[in-house]
Design a protein around this ligand. Structure first.
Ligand code: SAM
Length: 247
């Protein structure tokens, strides 16, 4: 693992060790996301992938295995998350944030930003530097969610999510202004999850938006959800937005 960042604490430091277990829906869900990334990024053997905010590297490593391209970097500012990523032998984990990675001038041809765009500050500068770093026809893929999330959350969590999430048309406009060609797809995956697992994910604050709530507020939120949904399982619809940008 290369470390180029002072260890700035972030929400994910505290859940790194359990991230793969608590941010987990099903193998089907993972296959669904991976197959769309492979299809959108169209890897060729010479490609170099930069997975920005790659977390514990489980998606980076799976993409490297299935995409069979030249090499993959998992760029992750949380040292504990990056430490998990460094356990994969087929990827290189770099402990830095989105801007820090570009400052290192490491060549790459494809970039992935999965569920991370809301963490990146000064996006205009980031897009511009990404555009300048990519070769002709290089691609980046952003995977994000609409501000009105369809997850069965309690109201206050839903509001916190909307506040932290940049609207996808704002991201599209920024990319267009920078010179990228863009192509956006809305894709959904619906599945039923045992309520106990869903509540455990909430209690572990699996999304950073939940980090502002105390344990008591989370427990009250779970009661609010419980009053709305009968039975032992809960239907989850994940509406994902895939924004593909090509230089
Ligand atoms: C929801 S997780 C997504 C992890 C991974 N992309 C996945 O889908 O499994 C968001 C990740 O972004 C990282 N992150 C936060 N701020 C960042 C920044 N400024 N630049 C790059 N990554 C960042 C967090 O540490 C965290 O690991």
């Amino acid at each position: 693992m290369k470390n180029t960042l002072m260890n700035t604490p972030n929400h994910f430091d505290s859940i790194a060790e359990h991230f793969n277990r608590i941010w987990y829906f099903s193998d089907d869900y993972k296959d669904f996301v991976i197959s769309h990334i492979l299809n959108d990024l169209q890897f060729s053997p010479d490609d170099i992938l930069a997975d920005i905010g790659g977390g514990t590297g489980s998606f980076t490593a799976r993409l490297q295995r299935d995409g069979a391209f030249k090499c993959a970097y998992c760029i992750e500012p949380s040292a504990p998350m990056c430490g998990e990523a460094s356990k994969f032998s087929n990827i290189t984990a770099i402990c830095t944030d989105a801007h820090g990675f570009l400052e290192q001038n490491i060549p790459f041809t494809k970039m992935l930003l999965k569920e991370v765009i809301h963490h990146i500050t000064d996006r205009e500068t980031f897009w511009l530097n990404t555009y300048n770093s990519l070769p002709y026809e290089g691609k980046l893929l952003i995977i994000t969610r609409p501000q009105q999330i369809s997850f069965p959350l309690f109201d206050a969590a839903r509001e916190a999510f909307a506040k932290n999430q940049p609207p996808h048309d704002m991201i599209e406009n920024e990319l267009l202004e920078c010179g990228f060609n863009i192509n956006t797809s809305h894709r959904s995956h619906t599945f039923a999850l045992n309520k106990k697992s869903w509540y455990e994910m909430l209690q572990h604050r699996f999304m950073s938006d939940l980090g502002v709530f105390s344990s008591q507020e989370i427990d009250e939120g779970i009661k609010e959800i419980e009053s709305r949904y009968d039975g032992e399982v809960i239907d989850i619809i994940d509406h994902l937005i895939f924004i593909k940008a090509t230089k």
